[in-house]
Design a protein around this ligand. Structure first.
Ligand SMILES: [Zn+2]
Ligand SMILES: [Zn+2]
Ligand SMILES: [Zn+2]
Ligand SMILES: [Zn+2]
Length: 202
């Protein structure tokens, strides 16, 4: 016996079929990546930000290269969708998902630095890193914690780069004098011993 489907069942059926059809078209068609200008299979990936009103138009490999370059040069504020008409800021979870493990470590460190940068005793280093200097003015020198940088900075002058900081100059001079003294110590001890030997002679 042939059962005539009720009208709402029929429309549900066609809705589903049309959705499947659209999905198939999307999966089998291509788009041109705006960055490397070659065809890429239309990924099921959403566009990079929730605010994007366009389909994905930059491939993940190009996104990754762009983001890693910006992260390494400390330009976190430039992490945006690469569609020139969109440029919406990328959500942190999207960035974390697309970048490589090495860069992820750098990204997380920079985010942490950004989070603490509002503290009054926080200082930026020229390399783009920064840290809280708990000792404050009582000990002006602070060394950048970034292992690639290790720059000597002054908390009191708070200038980017050490143009002419009296604090660091004084600290460095004292250190140089101390090192010279340490180098001279064996010689002094030797001379003293010689004197003692000479004095002991009858
Ligand atoms: Zn966008
Ligand atoms: Zn690409
Ligand atoms: Zn630094
Ligand atoms: Zn200074």
């Amino acid at each position: 016996m042939f059962v005539v489907p009720r009208s709402h069942e029929l429309s549900d059926f066609w809705d589903l079929e049309i959705r499947k059809f659209h999905k198939l078209i999307k999966e089998t068609s291509m788009y041109q990546c705006l960055v490397h200008l070659e065809d890429e299979p239309c990924a099921t990936d959403a566009p990079p930000t929730p605010g994007c009103n366009h389909d994905q138009n930059v491939c993940n490999a190009c996104m990754r290269t762009d983001m890693e370059g910006k992260i390494r040069s400390g330009k976190l504020q430039n992490l945006t969708c690469l569609d020139p008409y969109c440029m919406k800021p990328l959500p942190v979870h999207k960035v974390r998902k697309l970048i490589g493990p090495e860069c992820l470590k750098i990204y997380d460190r920079k985010l942490a630095v950004l989070a603490i940068s509002i503290a009054p005793n926080f200082r930026w280093c020229r390399c783009g890193s920064g840290q809280i200097h708990g000792l404050g003015d009582s000990s002006s020198e602070w060394i950048c914690v970034d292992p690639q940088c290790r720059r000597q900075n002054c908390y009191t002058c708070n200038t980017i780069g050490l143009i002419d900081c009296p604090h660091l100059r004084a600290i460095n001079e004292k250190r140089r004098a101390h090192r010279a003294e340490m180098r001279r110590l064996p010689q002094v001890a030797f001379e003293q011993k010689q004197m003692e030997i000479l004095e002991d002679k009858p």
